[in-house]
Design a protein around this ligand. Structure first.
Ligand SMILES: [Zn+2]
Ligand SMILES: [Zn+2]
Length: 67
């Protein structure tokens, strides 16, 4: 009585949120918000995590310009 292995990808497949960077849907609990522009990011598109804040690639570019 062995079930076939279930690959659980709930964080990618059944989400109602949509990543602003790659357009992938994800569940809210696994998503992130960019600390710079408040863009919705999926866990794949998070570029850098600094002190529990995440940034998208675009804001990283903006920061390097400001600094
Ligand atoms: Zn994404
Ligand atoms: Zn951003």
């Amino acid at each position: 009585m062995s079930k076939a292995q279930v690959i659980e990808r709930w964080w990618l497949e059944s989400g109602r949120e949509q990543c602003s960077t790659c357009g992938h849907s994800y569940v809210y609990e696994s998503g992130y918000y960019c600390a710079g522009c408040d863009a919705e990011l999926c866990s794949i598109c998070v570029e850098v995590v600094v002190a529990a804040e995440v940034y998208c690639g675009q804001c990283l570019n903006d920061q390097s310009v400001e600094a």
